[in-house]
Design a protein around this ligand. Structure first.
Ligand SMILES: [Zn+2]
Length: 460
């Protein structure tokens, strides 16, 4: 199935392009400028997570931007009037130096045969910009030398940003050349056989994108426990192109996840302040104020129950929390933003942290092997922040996290308690959100329908 979907993507270029041209305008430039890292990786450690090593880097050095090349050629063309015999492809004689680790402006100038005086002149001119002073390995410095003198210097920070220094009669002039990539929308879908990770890979997603997808739905779907064979996902995300070459990926802009028959839809929206987050089509935030599970890489070893036989005490005793069995040392994360109100030993619970959230909710984490260093009672913690590590201190038959969720002092089942949501779309943004949302939904549905139709055709 995922294989066939991949094949189908290739058969759908027309739809793809139509959607691209319409949506680029709708979404505007705001979206494309946002870094894709905006998505919080609060649920980063998924069971199927591979190390995020395949993160795209757009900072690979390439040929000079066409913007500069065109400037250069106009300058040449003015000169060319006098020397008509010269072939039209006269090029400025740039010399490129790739920045290595430990390099700075002085060492780079030395390599290019310039003096400390030249470094001083350039550094003075570039003082206001971050270029030249912040050099990173892999970036390229290009020197244009005319009659033994430095006339231009270019710092290629990335494919999208160059800084150009040009010698004038009174020092160097600084130009920052920023290029906007072309944004295209990429659709893909998959059905889970074994894990979200494998299905995501089959659908052509990078591990970074799979994590992004999981973190969008991580508030509603517990990727440790809730995933079933047959669950499916579909998503549209941005791809960035420069001169027809893919240089990176942008964020997911719309996604759907069907978990055991329940459909969750997330749409990315950027508000007037330029902040992006994911909302349901109705305008509710995908973020909840709490994580469903405070540990990754875990399995539930004991559920919330009011009459359970205690494994150590061997008698009936209410179990007012959920036990997550995990290896000793597994990080335990604060389920929501809050304040540590207890951190210490507490009888059978061993090492315990209690976090107060807002005025009426507390969460408790027990049997920790160790607390997170540097924190103490009274400290504020953020959702997803590590507060300690799984262990078996106190009365425990093996390493696990005992997790409790209390509302107004009353124990609730952490697996079923209705989690408070983050704020919905602001009233002032409702109408803008509605039009963005309906356009994104329409796009998602068109892709899905076309994919299904193509699947049917294939069956015939
Ligand atoms: Zn327990």
């Amino acid at each position: 199935m995922p294989y066939r979907l991949k094949q189908l993507q290739k058969q759908l270029p027309t739809v793809h392009l139509v959607a691209v041209s319409t949506c680029v305008f709708i979404l505007g430039l705001t979206l494309m400028l946002l870094p894709s890292e905006n998505v919080e990786a609060t649920r980063g450690d998924l069971p199927m997570a591979a190390p995020a090593q395949s993160i795209e880097s757009s900072d690979t050095a390439t040929a000079p931007s066409s913007a500069e090349t065109s400037t250069a050629s106009t300058e040449e063309s003015t000169q060319k009037k006098e020397t008509i015999a010269t072939p039209p492809s006269v090029e400025e004689n740039w010399v490129d130096y790739t920045i290595g680790s430990g390099d700075n402006l002085t060492s780079m100038f030395k390599k290019a045969g310039f003096t400390a005086r030249d470094v001083y002149n350039v550094a003075t001119a570039a003082k206001a910009s971050e270029s030249f002073t912040r050099l990173f390995p892999g970036q390229v410095l290009s020197f244009l030398i005319t009659d033994g003198e430095l006339t231009k210097l270019r710092h290629r920070q990335s494919e999208l940003k160059h800084t150009l220094l040009t010698k004038t009669d009174d020092g160097f002039k600084v130009d920052i050349i920023e290029r906007k990539p072309d944004i295209e929308h990429k659709y893909t879908a998959g059905t889970i056989q074994d894990s979200l990770f494998l299905a995501g890979e089959d659908a052509g997603l990078s591990s970074k994108k799979i994590m992004e997808l999981a973190s969008i739905f991580g508030w509603d779907v517990d990727f440790v426990l809730d995933i079933r064979k047959g669950d499916s996902f579909s998503l549209i995300y941005e791809e960035k192109f420069l001169n027809g070459k893919k240089i990176g990926e942008g964020p997911i802009i719309a996604a759907q996840f069907i978990n055991r028959g329940s459909k969750f839809t997330a749409l990315r929206y950027t508000n007037a302040d330029g902040e992006s987050s994911y909302f349901t089509p109705e305008g509710y935030s995908m973020r909840k104020a709490f994580l469903r599970a405070p540990v990754g890489f875990a399995r539930i070893s004991s559920r919330f129950s009011l009459n359970r036989k205690h494994p150590v005490l061997n008698r009936i005793r209410a179990h007012k929390g959920v036990d997550y069995a995990a290896r000793t040392g597994t990080p335990i994360k604060a389920a929501g933003d809050g304040k540590i109100i207890f951190r210490g030993k507490k009888g059978g619970f061993g090492n315990v942290v209690i976090v107060q959230h807002g005025s009426n909710i507390t969460t408790l984490y027990a049997h920790m092997s160790n607390f997170k260093r540097g924190q103490k009672t009274g400290n504020r913690v953020q959702q997803g922040q590590v507060i300690g590590f799984v262990g078996q201190t106190g009365l425990a038959s093996g390493p696990h996290l005992h997790y409790e969720f209390r509302v107004n002092g009353v124990h609730k089942n952490p697996l079923t308690v209705k989690l408070p949501q983050a704020l919905p779309i602001a009233e002032s943004e409702r109408s803008t959100f509605k039009s963005t949302a309906s356009s994104l939904l329409a796009q998602l549905e068109t892709y899905q329908a076309t994919t299904l139709a193509a699947l049917d055709t294939q069956k015939l």
